[in-house]
Ligand binder design. Structure first.
Ligand code: F6R
Length: 569
């Protein structure tokens, strides 16, 4: 999704902004731009990668920057941000989607509108308001006319400030010494400061080089917001010796597991015991964790719950004050999950959020937050945050043996075991369709393995409970097919072996993940407790996707059409 970075201070803004944009590059984008304010507002923007789009340096100590992921209007230089008013006196970078575009275009029909973007209309709207009002009043009036979502940073010629506003899209103030930042994500300025203010919906205001001023757009009154220190470190956003963040983050699991195991789940555990109804939601990888929690709560504690993909939630569920909604979201910003949670909250449900980002939008509306302690995840494909989610699902459902989990994780990361997985990736790289099959607790892992593969290799893959194959999907199996089976020596072992025979009998290739030395198998750790098999399967599945993508020559960190934090519905 789009990214915002803004700087005001004593240093040259352009290199800081360009570097900031690179840190949030992982969110995905198709064009980039920077505007710097000196006497005039100067701009540099284009389609393509940051390096190509932002070749020419601009001088000045106040600036705003953007990476755009096209929504309103195609990918073009004109549509790239910053966008301007009629006279280049106002420059704006914006994330989100303005919904009342037609109405605004009509109102602004006398203005010189140059792009197809919704963003440009905000600049013209403020231009109109500035004819009769001071900047803060003008911005507030404009905000009251906007429908939709926005996080923006804005320059006005002649003002030594950066104005901002936020609704339904994240925006964070970074507080430095004699310098201030704005970012759609802390990574945008993490190199410079860990002191941040997470802005709330309807917040608007400005930053100058040594202060912030925040007001509420609805009431017009000053808003008091607390600064917090984020625990992420600049190394989290550095690749170090690694070619790709994805591999770095897979390997990090070896030492991050200790912090993950230490996360505090007590309040949510208690809440789970107390509520009549439990709804568990998530999107993508987080949905797989949600399924795992449902399985484990029922198996281990006899607690029933419903699990649902976030974007489907409000069509089916009617939460009330006796409902606990547990939302998984590593970013804490996923629009689908946020909307579902807000819907539940309006109906008086209590909310438990399991997230990696303290202070994120979901964390702020949560009644019981649990933190993943995974360190900032940069690779688009979720890896270490899924391990952390898995740890939490176990902690919420049973007493866990942390040492045993650490042993399993580190076994998977041994060089010789990684090399075996790498060898198998060559068998996948030239396939068009792959099936992931597993039963019981292994099924959410099969789903996760399949999602990882399709996301970063663009190979079509599907996951099924192995027993479901014969009810339809088996008609797709022929000599060209490849099926990856999760066959640990648990209660599902014998039945899964029969399913493997069914597939092999139709000439398909199989790759097995097992702690038993089976034909064409990747050896996984043998846990003391069979319930821990998902931990043994996870890293081989992640590596299988990673090495297959590399085998196909693909960039694993920026898969096409995907973004790290999906802030549109
Ligand atoms: C998969 C992936 C996505 C996310 C999904 C939810 O590798 O990254 O499927 O899991 O967009 O994101 P969060 O967890 O931030 O809510």
């Amino acid at each position: 999704m789009c990214g915002i970075c803004a700087y005001i201070g004593e240093k040259e803004a352009f290199p800081i902004l360009k570097e900031g944009l690179k840190r949030i590059e992982y969110r995905g984008y198709d064009s980039a731009g920077i505007a710097v304010l000196e006497k005039e507002i100067k701009v540099n923007k284009d389609v393509g990668k940051i390096e190509e789009a932002l070749k020419e340096e601009l001088e000045g100590k106040i600036g705003i920057a953007h990476t755009r992921w096209a929504t309103h209007g195609g990918v073009s230089k004109e549509n790239a941000h910053p966008q301007f008013d009629c006279f280049n006196n106002i420059a704006i970078v914006h994330n989100g989607v303005i919904e009342n575009v037609e109405e605004l275009r009509e109102k602004l029909r006398n203005h010189k509108i140059r792009s197809e973007t919704d963003t440009e209309l905000i600049a013209h709207l403020i231009e109109e308001e500035l004819k009769t009002k001071l900047p803060m009043e003008a911005i507030r009036s404009a905000l009251l006319e906007l429908k939709g979502s926005y996080a923006f940073a804005l320059l006005i010629k002649g003002e030594d400030k950066i104005y901002f506003a936020k609704k339904d899209s994240p925006l964070i103030v970074g507080i430095g010494k004699g310098e201030m930042f704005l970012g759609s994500d802390v990574a945008a300025f993490l190199k410079h400061t860990n002191d941040v203010i997470y802005l709330e919906d309807y917040d608007f205001g400005y930053i100058s080089k040594d202060r912030e001023a925040i007001f509420n757009a609805l009431s017009g009154k000053k808003a008091s917001r607390r600064a917090v220190k984020v625990s992420f470190s600049p190394e989290d956003v550095e690749k170090g010796e690694y070619e790709y963040f994805m591999l770095k983050e897979i390997e990090e699991q070896g030492y991050r597991i200790t912090d993950m195991l230490n996360s505090n789940t007590k309040d949510l555990e208690r809440a789970i015991e107390e509520f009549d109804r439990i709804h568990i939601i998530g999107a993508g990888t987080s949905y797989h964790a949600a399924r795992m929690l449902k399985y484990l709560l029922e198996r281990e504690k006899g607690i029933e719950s419903d699990v649902m993909i976030s974007s489907e939630y409000k069509f089916f569920k009617r939460p009330d004050k006796n409902t606990l909604v547990i939302a998984f979201s590593q970013s804490g910003e996923t629009a689908d999950t946020l909307k579902a949670v807000k819907f539940a909250k309006e109906r008086n449900a209590k909310i438990g959020v399991i997230t990696n980002i303290r202070g994120s939008s979901l964390d702020r509306i949560s009644d019981y937050s649990v933190y993943l302690n995974a360190g900032l995840e940069v690779g688009v494909a979720a890896t270490k945050t899924f391990l952390a989610q898995l740890v939490i699902t176990y902690k919420l459902s049973k007493r866990i043996d942390g040492e045993e989990i650490k042993r399993i994780i580190n076994y998977s990361l041994r060089e010789e075991n990684k090399q075996v997985v790498k060898k198998f990736s060559k068998e996948i790289a030239n396939k068009e369709h792959v099936f992931y099959l597993g039963r019981g607790l292994n099924f959410p892992l099969a789903m996760e393995g399949s999602l990882k593969l399709k996301e970063i290799t663009y190979i079509h893959s599907e996951a099924y409970p192995a027993g479901e194959l014969k009810h339809g999907p088996i008609s797709l199996i022929d000599e060209d097919s490849l099926a990856i089976f999760l066959v640990p020596k648990d209660e599902t072992y014998e039945k899964t072996l029969s399913n493997i025979q069914e597939v092999r009998a139709r000439g398909a290739k199989t790759i097995l993940l097992s702690d038993v030395a089976l034909d064409n198998s990747i050896n996984i750790a043998k846990p003391k407790d069979p319930l821990y098999y998902p931990f043994a399967e996870l890293i081989p599945l992640q590596l299988l996707a990673y090495y297959t993508a590399r085998e196909r020559g693909l960039d694993t960190d920026k898969p096409r059409n995907l973004a790290k934090s999906v802030t549109v519905e």
